[in-house]
Design a protein around this ligand. Structure first.
Ligand SMILES: NC(=O)c1ccc[n+]([C@@H]2O[C@H](COP(=O)([O-])OP(=O)(O)OC[C@H]3O[C@@H](n4cnc5c(N)ncnc54)[C@H](OP(=O)(O)O)[C@@H]3O)[C@@H](O)[C@H]2O)c1
Length: 320
């Protein structure tokens, strides 16, 4: 089968198309023909080894698992003897988690992995771009226990995670303020934000409002600035904290502030929850540019710029 290897850490040029054997499912696994995948910020972080500590977990000189790609939508083509929930012909979408491997024509995954049936209303491309942002935002938002009427601010609201956080906070009944650049303000209204602030115009600095929950999705808002906008007893979610922010989060917790950070946990239950929201018209994909698997290096170049809207789709099968 065709797959894309990440041959070293570095620029998008390290991504090379290769031919490798098609995987064979074990007893508890599905073999999935991938129709579409996405270029997540997570793929880019690993390709660039950013932060450096990526090397400690994924391989010192190059990724031990050379096929990146953490999300997919596709069709089950074979199932192992112990699989009961899925059968050949089922159409599924989900996350490959730390296994990666979705930049390829086929992928095997355990039946219990972070997958579920694809919503009929979405194309494969639209479905594939959902799990990364949705699973990340859902985990943090559930931990913050957002309640109806609470004021929630999402900073970095136009990315994959931010656009998911806006929609999920709305679902839980919050009044949502989205912070993005001027170019994305209309998009924020389209996905349900009640108020939109433009970080390029210093709207937030001038804004005296305080929030029950602040979801800082892109690590661009200063720590003190975040705390300044929190109500007494409010919760700060640091979805993309670097080492120094984690240290500050620790001190803030000792001073009685509620700060949620760390690595998210995703699940099939979470995917089913999001699929139901999609079926009810309460969650929509935010699809930016689309590339083919052969153009994956170009797609990474675009994501490297740091300004994608929602997520970038990759067609593994044309017109997915
Ligand atoms: N904790 C975890 O387990 C976990 C899991 C998944 C992801 N993450 C992290 O979450 C972060 C966000 O991921 P993502 O996929 O959503 O990223 P992304 O889609 O690549 O983010 C791009 C967005 O960031 C916005 N942005 C860029 N500079 C900004 C600024 N100065 N102020 C406000 N917004 C700005 C851009 O909006 P404009 O074009 O409008 O500027 C763009 O829409 C990443 O750092 C990722 O590593 C953490």
């Amino acid at each position: 089968m065709k797959a894309v290897y990440c041959t070293a850490y570095g620029t998008p040029g390290v991504l090379k198309m290769v031919e490798i054997p098609k995987p064979i499912p074990r007893a508890n696994e599905l073999l999935i023909r991938i129709h579409a995948t996405a270029v997540n910020s997570g793929d880019v972080r690993i390709r660039k080894a950013d932060p450096w500590a990526v090397r400690l977990f994924f391989g010192l000189s190059k990724p031990r698992k050379p096929v990146l790609g953490g999300v997919f939508s596709g069709e089950v083509v074979e199932v192992g003897s112990a699989v009961s929930k899925y059968k050949a012909g089922d159409v599924v979408f989900g996350s490959t988690g730390m296994e990666f491997g979705a930049y390829a024509e086929f992928k095997t995954l355990a039946e219990a992995a972070t997958i579920t049936f694809k919503p009929e209303s979405l194309s494969h491309l639209e479905a594939a771009i959902i799990p990364f942002g949705a699973m990340t935002a859902l985990d943090f938002i559930r931990k913050a226990n957002i309640r109806p009427g609470q004021k929630v601010l999402v900073y970095g609201a136009s990315g994959a995670v931010g656009s998911a956080a806006v929609q999920l906070a709305k679902f839980y009944g919050a009044e949502v303020t989205a912070v993005c650049s001027g170019a994305n303000m209309e998009l924020m209204q389209k996905i349900g934000a009640d108020k939109v602030l433009n970080y390029q115009r210093e709207d937030l600095a001038l804004n005296k409002e305080q929030y029950d929950v602040i979801y800082e999705a892109v690590n661009q808002l200063g720590f003190s600035e975040s705390i300044r906008h929190l109500k007494k007893g409010g919760i700060l979610i640091l979805g993309a904290a670097d080492f120094s922010k984690m240290i500050r989060a620790g001190f803030a917790r000792m001073a009685g502030k509620k700060v949620i950070t760390g690595v998210i946990k995703e699940s099939a239950e979470g995917m089913e929850f999001v699929r139901e929201l999609i079926d009810q018209g309460k969650y929509q994909p935010v699809l930016d540019r689309v590339y083919t698997l052969d153009q994956i290096a170009e797609a990474h170049e675009y994501v490297d710029l740091g300004h994608k809207k929602g997520n970038v789709g990759i067609e593994v099968i044309t017109n997915s």
